[in-house]
Structure formats: structure tokens, C-alpha cells
Ligand binder design. Structure first.
Ligand SMILES: CC(=O)SCCNC(=O)CCNC(=O)[C@H](O)C(C)(C)COP(=O)(O)OP(=O)(O)OC[C@H]1O[C@@H](n2cnc3c(N)ncnc32)[C@H](O)[C@@H]1OP(=O)(O)O
Ligand SMILES: CC(C)C(=O)C(=O)O
Length: 523
């Protein structure tokens, strides 16, 4: 049986320290519910002494999410009586509450931050643990800036606070200074000494990502005996963030040959949790982020797509289904090859193309792909139609498709507080339509105007915009999710004009819905 690694999630405390990411009580409870569903062992819900709002939110998480014995709820305190009281009064409503306190051990913290001697700081820590133990049985002690601390002083502190009653020792790489090999060695030494002192006390690590090594350092600690890891969803947190929960968990799962440990995480809930955190905090996940980034399971180059179609394991080490996604994505771009395009055409029903027909269609594909960033299914229909119109005008595929798709022509949006409004001109095949609408905001007005033309019933579930580059020529990239008859459709578009990008994304979504209803004409 492999060793269990405890997962301590600090998205609601360290993650919330990201500027602009503050959550309200409702959002904290909602995310905590999802973290419970994900299977984390401990939720750090906030820093109750920091404000009444955070105290109330931590208390609500303790009451509403900590109401079962399978989860522990904690919150952070300085080694200060008032902070410890505040944590106690907020988390005591949970079935399994814990007080978490932090106090620096590095010379920089002891001498420069606190202007005290090492002995004084050690005594403050011991007294704080003893006081916390009068309130709750579970107390975690974090030795802040451990990676830059004198090792023997760090150990002296850990030994002393264990004797004072700490039940978990968390060793943080507060500024992301650690290097995996050195860090692993240090954790190994601490694990050995702790097991020989009191093996009921858990050894934990908390790694920051300032040098991009938070996940590597966390894994090195696991390899060297750490029992517990502190992580955040999407790796968010102070400065460059924390070790990403999804990366640590999937690394353990994927490389069981190396780690031989397990967690309680239900990995199929990873994407749901990532999206919830990202949307409530207003923090986009970087597209190439491991596991939760948009492109983590998207393949766009011909050689890879060909390999994947022949055998998934050629380019896939984590199955998208394992993290809660439906499937991998083969994105058609100018770097795609014949195998991927053929596969996409076959999925649409074009199964009997002759070699010459396919080559002609592929040529059309490359022309469009060179002009566009991505080629969608509805584009493929138009490419097929164009090909047959030119080469075999009597063929069934020579007509029918393009006249069913919408394309963008022009727009005008007026944004003000009272009447945000939009006028659009779009085409369906050759037909031109115009419409105007007022909405609750400019995008709402724009989408209402388009919806009144397309007549396809959709509900906008998610709207995301970010800048792809900087300066005046920056591209605004819009990604939306819409729901139509219970099915979700994701569409993207990019343009230097963000309103045009928004309109194009919506039209792409409508065209995808239209494609989903096609019964392709047999060839
Ligand atoms: C590594 C980490 O991520 S630790 C967590 C970081 N998170 C936060 O700081 C968010 C919550 N913090 C807050 O809301 C506020 O900083 C509070 C409520 C904790 C304190 O606010 P204030 O009383 O206004 O103090 P301020 O933040 O300006 O300064 C921190 C004080 O705490 C002291 N302090 C810092 N860390 C600790 C500690 N671990 N234990 C005891 N005292 C500490 C500092 O020395 C300083 O004390 P001083 O006023 O005697 O110089
Ligand atoms: C409170 C501790 C664990 C922390 O956030 C850090 O040291 O980075």
C-alpha cells in the first residue's frame, strides 16, 4: 500500500493574497464546497484577524463546509494572542478545526523584521503554540522563510514547538528560493529527526514559485518524506504563486513509478475547481499552464496530431478525461497536416473522398489556415463546398453549406450608463441582416442584436477576454461558452478590436451549433 500524502489547500488564504482576487463570503463558501468535492484534506479558509469580512467568511466555511468529519478547516494567525483567538473563534464551528500559526525562523526575519534575538522568537513561538493548544487539539506551526534559515536553529524551533504540542509542522519556502535537490535533502533530514522525536506529528511543505520551481520542490519534499503538501488551485498565490495542486497531484498519479504515494483527490473534479476559482477571482489561467491551461490537452501541429491519431500515448501522458475534460482537442491550424484534416472531415461525414478530392480540399484548407489562426468545422464545410463548386458543380457537396452559416460584416456599439446599445450587420450566406438592441452592457447589447438575427436560442455561460500582446496593435482574444438545448459550446476569436472579437466569437459559437445539427450529405 502506498503512503498517503495529505493535501492542504490554501487557495482561500495564500491564493486570495493575489492583488484583485479578493472573494466575498458567498464565493469563499462556494469554492470551499468545490474543494471538498475535489477531496482536499484541509482547507485554509483565510486570515480572520485581517478584517471582519474575512472572519465572517472563515466562520461560514467552518459552519457550512466543515460540518463533516472528513475535512479539516483552518485559518492563519501570527504568533499573536489576538490572531490566535480570532482563528479559534472562526474555525471552532467545524467538526475538525485547526489553528495555523506562522513565525519566521531565518536571520532576516528574526533580526530585520522582528528586531529580536533568536531565543526571544523561539520563546514567542513556544508560548503561542501552548496558548493555541488550550483552545484546540490541532495546531499547525509554520516556520516562515525556512529555506533561508540556519538549519540547526530551524530544527531547534521545530523540536521545541513539537514539544509544546504542535501537531503539524509546515516548512515553507516563503520566497521560492529553494532548489529541488538541496530542498529535498533538507526535508529528508527534518523528516528523519521528526520521526525520531514524535512520529505522530505531520511534516508539511509550502512552496512558492518565484523561480518556477514550486511544483518540483514540493515533489522533492514528497520523495524525501514529507507527509503533507500545501497547494493552491491554478498555482495562484502571493507574487509568482504557490505549488499548483493539480500539477502536484497529477505528477504523483502519472509518475507513480517514482513517488509511490497517493492522495484523496478526485482528479475528475480538477477542471471544475480550476474554472470556478478562475471565474470567481477574475484570474485567467495562462493558456499553456500544465493540467488546467486551455492548451494543456490541445494539439495543433501536424506531426503530433498524426501521432495522436495513430496512438494517443504518442503525445499524451495525462488523459484529459482524468481531470474532468471530455477529450483532447485537435486544433486545425496552418501547422496541421493531412492526417488531422482527414480525421476532421471524416468526423463531419466526408468519408468517401477520393485522393484527388482530398488533396484539392487540403489545398483549400491550407489557404484558409494561412489567413486565419484556427480553422473550425463550419470553415471545413465551406472549403468542401468551394472545392466541389470549382471542380464538380453537379456534386451534392457543391451547394448547401455556406448559405447556412453566419459571417460578420460590421458593428457599432455605444457604451453609456443608461442605454448601452449595439447595431450589427451580419450575413447568412449571401443574405445581409441588420439589427439593433439595448442591453445591460455593451457586450450584452451586441449579443442581443446578433441573437435577434440568428434566432438560435443560446445562453451565455462564460465570457473571457484577454490581451494576447501589448501596445496599440494588441489582439483581444475572446473565449465564450454558450449553452444550447443543454449542450455547451466553446468558441474563440481574436481581433485588434475587442468588440469585433466578441462578435466573431459569438458567431463562431452559433455556427458550431448549426454544424452540430447537420446531417452531412452522403458522398
Ligand atoms: C508568508 C505569508 O503569506 S504570511 C500571511 C500574509 N498575509 C497577510 O499578511 C494578510 C493579512 N494581514 C493583515 O490583515 C494585517 O497585516 C494584520 C491584521 C495581520 C496586521 O496588521 P497591522 O497590525 O496593521 O500590522 P502590519 O501588517 O502593518 O505589520 C505587521 C506586524 O505584525 C508583525 N508580525 C509579522 N509577522 C508576524 C508573526 N508571524 N508573528 C507575530 N508578529 C508578526 C510585524 O512585525 C508587524 O509588527 P509591528 O507593528 O510591531 O512592527
Ligand atoms: C504562512 C506560510 C505558510 C506562508 O504562506 C509562507 O511562508 O509562504
Amino acid at each position: 500500500m502506498s503512503r498517503k500524502i495529505w493535501v492542504f489547500d490554501t487557495t482561500l488564504r495564500d491564493g486570495e493574497q493575489v492583488p484583485g482576487a479578493k472573494l466575498n463570503l458567498f464565493e469563499k463558501v462556494e469554492i470551499a464546497q468545490q474543494l471538498k468535492k475535489l477531496g482536499v484534506d484541509i482547507i485554509e479558509a483565510g486570515f480572520p484577524a485581517s478584517s471582519q469580512g474575512d472572519f465572517d467568511a472563515v466562520k461560514a466555511v467552518a459552519e457550512r463546509v466543515g460540518n463533516t468529519s472528513d475535512i479539516m478547516i483552518t485559518a492563519l494567525a501570527r504568533a499573536v494572542k489576538a490572531d490566535i483567538d480570532s482563528v479559534y473563534n472562526a474555525v471552532k464551528y467545524a467538526q475538525n478545526p485547526m489553528i495555523h500559526m506562522v513565525l519566521g525562523t531565518s536571520d532576516i526575519h528574526v533580526e530585520k523584521k522582528f528586531s529580536k534575538s533568536k531565543d526571544q522568537i523561539l520563546q514567542i513561538g513556544i508560548d503561542a503554540v501552548k496558548y493555541a493548544k488550550t483552545l484546540l487539539p490541532q495546531v499547525q506551526y509554520s516556520t516562515e522563510d525556512a529555506s533561508r534559515s540556519d538549519f540547526e536553529y530551524l530544527w531547534k524551533t521545530i523540536e521545541a514547538v513539537m514539544k509544546a504540542g504542535a501537531t503539524m509542522i509546515n516548512v515553507p519556502d516563503t520566497v521560492g528560493y529553494a532548489e529541488p535537490e538541496q530542498w529535498g535533502e533538507m526535508i529528508g533530514k527534518l523528516a528523519y529527526r521528526m520521526k525520531n522525536t514524535d512520529d505522530s506529528v505531520l511534516l508539511s511543505v509550502h512552496c512558492h514559485n518565484d523561480l518556477g520551481m514550486a511544483t518540483a520542490n514540493t515533489l522533492a519534499a514528497i520523495k524525501n518524506g514529507a507527509d503533507k503538501v500545501e497547494c493552491t488551485i491554478n498555482g495562484i498565490g502571493e507574487r509568482a504563486g504557490n505549488a499548483a495542486l493539480e500539477e502536484v497531484v497529477m505528477a504523483i498519479k502519472t509518475r507513480g513509478d517514482i513517488y509511490n504515494v497517493h492522495t484523496n483527490i478526485n482528479t475528475k473534479e480538477i477542471m471544475n475547481t480550476s474554472r470556478l476559482v478562475s471565474s470567481f477571482m477574475g484570474l485567467d489561467v495562462q493558456v499553456n499552464k500544465a493540467i488546467t491551461g486551455d492548451n494543456a490537452f490541445a494539439h495543433s501541429s501536424g506531426i503530433h496530431q498524426d501521432g495522436l491519431l495513430k496512438s494517443r500515448d504518442a503525445y499524451e501522458i495525462v488523459h484529459p478525461e482524468d481531470v474532468g475534460l471530455e477529450d483532447m482537442e485537435l486544433v486545425l491550424t496552418a501547422r496541421s497536416g493531412r492526417h488531422a484534416v482527414k480525421n476532421a472531415l471524416e468526423k463531419l461525414g466526408f468519408t468517401n473522398l477520393s485522393a484527388d478530392e482530398f488533396e484539392g480540399i487540403f489545398e483549400g484548407f491550407l489557404k484558409l489556415a494561412d489567413a486565419k489562426k484556427e480553422v473550425y468545422d463550419h470553415d471545413l464545410y465551406v472549403i468542401v463546398e468551394d472545392y466541389y463548386e470549382k471542380h464538380n458543380a453537379n456534386h451534392a457537396n457543391a451547394t448547401h453549406y455556406s448559405e447556412q452559416f453566419f459571417s460578420f460584416d460590421d458593428l457599432q456599439v455605444v457604451s453609456n450608463a443608461s442605454f448601452p446599445s449595439a447595431s450589427v450587420k451580419i450575413r447568412k450566406g449571401e443574405e445581409v441582416f441588420k439589427s439593433s438592441a439595448v442591453g445591460s452592457g455593451p457586450i450584452d447589447a451586441l449579443y442581443s442584436a446578433i441573437a435577434s438575427i440568428t434566432n438560435v436560442n443560446v445562453k451565455l455561460i462564460e465570457y473571457n477576454i484577454n490581451s494576447v500582446s501589448r501596445g496599440q496593435e494588441a489582439l483581444g482574444k475572446v473565449k465564450i461558452t454558450v449553452e444550447h438545448e443543454g449542450e455547451k459550446f466553446i468558441a474563440k476569436a481574436a481581433d485588434t478590436d475587442i468588440l469585433k472579437a466578441s462578435a466573431l466569437a459569438y458567431i463562431n459559437a452559433i455556427n458550431s451549433i448549426i454544424v452540430s445539427k447537420f446531417i452531412p450529405i452522403a458522398n
